[in-house]
Design a protein around this ligand. Sequence first.
Ligand SMILES: Nc1ncnc2c1ncn2[C@@H]1O[C@H](COP(=O)(O)OP(=O)(O)OP(=O)(O)O)[C@@H](O)[C@H]1O
Ligand SMILES: [Mg+2]
Length: 356
Amino acid sequence: MSDILDASSVLEVLRPVQDPELRKSLVELNMIRNLKIDDGKVSFTLVLTTPACPLREFIVEDCQKAVRQLAGVKDVLVNVTAETPQQKGLPDRTGIAGVKNILAVSSGKGGVGKSTVAVNVAVALAQSGAKVGLIDADIYGPNTPTMLGLADAKVTVQQTASGEILEPAFNHGVKLVSMGFLIGRDQPVIWRGPMLNGIIRQFLYQVQWGELDYLIVDMPPGTGDAQLTLIQAVPMAGAVIVTTPQNVALLDSRKGLKMFQQMGVSVLGIVENMSYFIPPDLPDRQYDIFGSGGGEKTAAELGVPLLGCVPLEISLRQGGDRGLPIVVADPNSASAKALMAIAQRIAGKVSVAALA
Ligand SMILES: Nc1ncnc2c1ncn2[C@@H]1O[C@H](COP(=O)(O)OP(=O)(O)OP(=O)(O)O)[C@@H](O)[C@H]1O
Ligand SMILES: [Mg+2]
């Protein structure tokens, strides 16, 4: 180690410091930038791979500890920012300009909480500072507009040389497009197959998305046309499968999971929803209605990571109905905390996949 306090000696002591999620050196990952040394004061920018990094304090501490080993250091200032890496494309898929990572939230079975998870994860990522979009791919029963407080929103359509471009609605930091914006509230959608394909492609390519770190697609239940259209159109960063602890749901999840894996989309993990019940009048109580440890068991049985377990909480449903997602309405509730941790885990896995 050299005795002179200069950029190369600082980088040398920082080299062994790793990003715990990526398990690689911060220096090798080019996460240390704008390094300056002024009269014993060392300052640099730490560029994380997601604003939703739960370990930022630990990484900063590790950096400071490492740099303080050097003689002559009086202070270490770390300015933290994030740059989400872009998912690698596939040769036969057309990405969306400006959109770095496209994620599907899916399940084999209906009503397990896909939309609830998709909306809250999207809002949690936006709260951490990420640029987030959400596609409601449930053409026949769109309900994310209500959940995101956009039930009365209208999207504007611009005529351009390359066709119609939709301006997404925006609330709680998330841009949203949904069939709900294009039809009357009580008007049922009667279109089928080819039409659905067209609408999903329009939601991907003919929307003014701008720059996005994460574009989350809330899928309709099952393993049907919407999933196929999405997987065949764009390069995917991965899929998140939502399940509930019951055996039937588990069987369906296995089907959903297989479909993504067979089509070469990595399954980032499963979210077990409605894992246990928290009564509103006894918030410290927890009832394991389906038995405990279900989430772990489910993940092990399906052979994918468990991203987290979300309890059954009345306020979570109420938040959805009122258009105030629980991560906004009551961030200290057990379900909000679980959903925020899930959002961070998803972001971490996306970074790992993009930099692999
Ligand atoms: N953990 C939970 N606690 C309480 N209520 C929940 C929870 N998860 C979901 N819900 C409620 O259950 C209902 C179904 O959830 P949601 O619409 O998210 O499921 P879905 O899988 O998207 O359904 P679909 O298959 O129809 O798209 C909603 O009313 C929602 O508010
Ligand atoms: Mg849904």
